[in-house]
Design a protein. Structure first.
Length: 402
């Protein structure tokens, strides 16, 4: 049945794509299925052959899985690299994770597929699926592979695979669910909406910029900060499953990720914004470690928080998490050349957060890999879990009963 579906897709795929391109996608898709079946077989043999896997090891694995199933219900809202980095850490502590991902991306491989095939951008969703998947390294390399020549130059194979599933199922939401099933994903990955959303920004100079990928570029080019962002259609509909996940959550996390192009776009969807504001979960915001050129130049921690509040005045954050660790001089110099610097918290920021009754946590969260600065996802995940407020949920439920 699976192979028949791929054959069906092979006949229906984008007519502008060369025959070689179709063959690559078809063969790659079949390869993913084979890898998935191979992984399942390996798992079965690995867990049943006593010669390679002792009873105590098996019992330990089962207990660990049970422990993860009892973990906190966490909803993470955002997009971009920051979100996928965090998910890799969270899945080590709980399997009750829902990632709600922005669909405003219009650049790169995702932008091309969005324009050519009329589908939602798959890039951020693909990264989240890979972050939560339990797969062999070869499979991950395949899904992250980017073609370097030919008609498929610049295209990411994982994005093409999602495009394939979108054609087969006829529905982007179903396509994501099928992919998460194949890759044994921990938790859920949900697009924030199935509508074709376009992001706009109004700059402080009054100019309006259309398109997520152009916003930071034009802001930098015009030397004018972002005043606010908005979407069209204005009244976009969120996924009902996303709303339910927020309602059931113990903790709702905003970020880390690009403030105006990954985090806030989700809050522009009215029903989702309202659900987050009114839910009983602890609400946590994680600032980026570094400022982003054309987006958050010169921003402190409080500037990030103010931007969130400006786009959702009813949001009350319970906790803000920020980095206070330093970075090596050579790495700092590399980022300074790109006009990016550490996001800092001033004493004025700390005082203001206290006045707003927001618990502020500062820790060294820097993780540097290949000269790129990322959050230490294990340390960050532990802090997030510490933000859970059992009494708020219990007290709110008792009030409802009364």
């Amino acid at each position: 049945m699976v192979f028949a579906s791929f054959s069906h897709f092979f006949m229906r795929v984008d007519p502008h794509l060369s025959r070689d391109g179709k063959v690559v996608i078809f063969v790659g898709g079949v390869g993913i299925v084979i890898f998935a079946l191979r992984g399942m077989l390996f798992f079965f043999l690995h867990h049943t052959k006593l010669k390679t896997f002792s009873k105590s090891d098996l019992r330990s694995q089962i207990l660990h899985k049970k422990h993860l199933l009892k973990g906190s219900k966490i909803v993470v809202v955002g997009g971009g690299t920051g979100l996928s980095v965090l998910l890799r850490g969270l899945k080590k502590f709980t399997s009750n994770i829902t990632a709600i991902v922005t669909v405003a991306d219009d650049g790169g491989s995702s932008g091309i597929l969005r324009e050519d095939l009329g589908m939602l951008p798959p890039g951020d969703i693909r990264n989240c699926i890979l972050a939560l998947a339990d797969m062999e390294p070869t499979m991950e390399k395949l899904l992250n592979y980017r073609f370097s020549e030919g008609n498929l130059k610049g295209q990411n194979f994982g994005n093409l695979f999602i495009a394939s599933m979108n054609e087969i199922t006829g529905n982007f939401e179903d396509a994501i669910k099928e992919m998460t099933n194949v890759l044994a994903v921990t938790g859920k990955v949900l697009p924030v909406s199935l509508e074709n959303i376009t992001l706009y920004a109004k700059l402080e100079n009054g100019k309006v910029i259309k398109g997520e990928s152009d916003i930071p570029l034009k802001s930098k080019e015009m030397n004018s900060r972002i005043d606010r962002v908005f979407i069209k259609p204005k009244y976009s509909k969120p996924l009902e499953e996303a709303l339910k996940a927020i309602d059931d959550a113990d903790i709702v996390v905003l970020g880390p990720g690009s403030l105006y192009t990954s985090v806030i776009p989700n809050l522009l969807i009215e029903r989702l914004r309202k659900q987050i504001s009114e839910c009983e979960a602890s609400k946590v915001y994680i600032t980026n470690i570094m400022t982003q050129p054309g987006e958050t130049d010169g921003y402190t921690v409080m500037d990030h928080v103010n931007a969130l509040m400006k786009h959702n005045g009813n949001l009350h954050l319970d906790c803000v998490i920020a980095n206070n660790g330093g970075i090596p001089d050579d790495v700092r110099e590399k980022y300074l050349q790109q006009e990016s610097e550490l996001v800092i918290a001033s004493e004025k920021d700390r005082s203001r957060l206290r006045e707003m009754d927001i618990h502020f946590i500062e820790e060294n969260l820097v993780d540097i890999r290949k000269d790129y600065i990322r959050h230490d996802n294990i340390a960050l995940s532990k802090i997030i879990l510490s933000c859970k407020k059992h009494f708020r949920r219990g007290f709110a439920k008792r009030l409802k009963k009364w």
